[in-house]
Write a protein that binds this ligand. Structure first.
Ligand code: HEM
Length: 435
């Protein structure tokens, strides 16, 4: 890959220290390559070698600038005046990264905080933060661990388990359904829809979303209506009632919020869990270190598992709001830019030996959950989910055999790092102390 990058780099200096890259001439890099998943350390090091801000062509999004260092990524995400979500703040229409061909049903759902600039973002986030934090302080770990155990009960007695479908996909979905307060009898159907919609984001299967979406939108609207009439336990009811300074969420805002929570917290958590299992199994001495004193070590270890695996490799695109020079690169108003979180998390300028899993790493200022105003709203929940998923899994199956590295089925989609299936064989052994 380095040689491919090199062809673009030749054109990249004007001799005055300012990079002469242009979006018209993107570097030829296969962002969906196996290498970006199998050996992300080498892949992103290659991109970093090409410069802190480089032009690329991304599937679906088109030509974008990408940040490849810790400092550039962090600075881009923190500058929400220069890098914006809404086209109208950059002389464009629409939202960065949402194309004209997207079905109307999806566009309605784009009324969410991740796609908004201030002050609209602040307003939406405040309303949901309120409801979210209230539930978190109530202490959900016990409930979440019980959900993990229930799912694992169904895997008992099997010689081989596909950890993705049998556990890592089901678990976050159960957690979200429970958190939203969806009736238990609908959860199977809802899970099926959610599976359709997330797998539908891949390639031509994307068309499936057009057929699935209206049914789900109708279902969620009905649930909102029911919660309005008869409030029940769960986030939907709390969001219906959420009010700050006399401000409330509109029906469409509520709908988009529910979808954002579902999409933002589903596949991300699935991959965080399976990527962590793979990392632990491939680093047995680190696994032994963790389970020697799981409860004392799990918090720091989760941060490092997140950094080392970086399941969300890239942020969503932003627009450049004004012509500017950013880390030595000239950017034009209206152009798109993404932050490569994986490149930031593997930057040796920020992390000592970034390619090594060190579960006691401290400090660990990783960007797994982004940074700036759009930093992950669900990160506390995500941490509890990953910790619960690992502790319950290893309490039951302390010794897992996973496929060899070259047999892993990495998903091809850019932005997420994870496998589509993970056949594990549970072997007997002493219970881990996580039990
Ligand atoms: C477990 C793994 C997770 C990872 C790695 C992750 C990662 C991220 C990242 C990188 C962003 C920023 C995106 C950007 O700036 O373009 C983000 C935003 C967001 N995440 Fe997460 N996330 C996870 C789980 C969750 C969960 C469980 C929820 C909620 C149920 C959630 C809800 C959100 C929301 C609502 C935003 C948008 C926040 C805003 O715009 O202010 N995430 N997440």
């Amino acid at each position: 890959m380095t040689s491919v990058i090199a062809s673009g780099r030749a054109a990249a200096s004007d001799g005055g220290g300012v990079s002469a890259y242009s979006l018209a001439n993107p570097l030829r890099v296969d962002l969906q390559s196996l290498e970006s998943k199998q050996d992300p350390f080498a892949f992103f090091a290659g991109l970093r070698d090409a410069g802190p801000v480089i032009p690329l062509k991304m599937p679906f999004v088109g030509r974008v600038w990408a940040t490849t260092t810790y400092d550039a990524t962090s600075a881009m995400l923190k500058d929400n005046r220069l890098f914006v979500q809404e086209g109208r703040h950059a002389g464009k229409s629409g939202v960065a990264g949402l194309s004209w061909w997207m079905p109307h049903a999806i566009k309605v759902l784009s009324n969410n905080m991740l796609l908004k600039d201030e002050p609209d973002h602040r307003r939406l986030r405040r309303l949901v933060d309120q409801a979210f934090q209230r539930r978190l302080v109530r202490g959900m770990r016990g409930e979440i661990e019980a959900l993990a155990d229930q799912i694992l009960d169904e895997t008992e007695g099997r010689h081989e388990i596909d950890l993705v479908s049998a556990y890592a996909r089901r678990f976050p979905l159960e957690v979200i359904c429970w958190l939203l307060g969806l009736p238990e009898e609908n959860r199977g159907k809802f899970a099926e829809w959610a599976n359709h919609m997330t797998s539908a984001l891949r390639g031509f299967a994307a068309l499936r979303i057009v057929f699935t979406m209206p049914g789900v939108v109708k279902y969620v609207r009905e649930q909102i209506e029911k919660c309005r009439k008869n409030p029940r336990e769960g986030l939907i009811s709390e969001l219906v009632q959420a009010e700050e300074d006399g401000d409330k969420l509109s029906e469409d805002e509520l709908l988009s919020m529910v979808f954002l929570l579902l999409f933002a917290g589903f596949e991300t958590t699935t991959h965080f869990i399976t990527d962590s299992v793979m990392a632990l199994e491939q680093n047995p001495e680190q696994k032994a270190f963790l389970f020697d004193n799981f409860h004392a070590r799990m918090e720091r270890a989760t941060e490092e598992l997140g950094r080392y695996t970086t399941p969300v490799q890239s942020t969503k695109p932003r627009y450049v709001a004004e012509n500017c020079e950013f880390f030595g690169q000239k950017l034009q108003r209206g152009e798109n830019i993404v932050g490569f979180l994986a490149a930031a998390n593997y930057d040796p300028a920020a992390f000592d030996e970034p390619g090594k899993l060190k579960l006691d790493r401290l400090p660990n200022p990783h960007l797994v959950f982004g940074t700036g105003i759009h930093f992950c709203l669900g990160m506390q929940l995500a941490r509890v989910e990953v910790q619960s998923a690992l502790s319950r899994l290893y309490a039951r199956y302390p010794n897992l055999e996973i496929p060899a590295p070259d047999e892993l089925q990495w998903i091809k989609r850019f932005g997420l790092r994870g496998v589509s299936a993970l056949a594990v064989r549970p072997h007997g052994g002493e219970m881990c102390r996580a039990a």
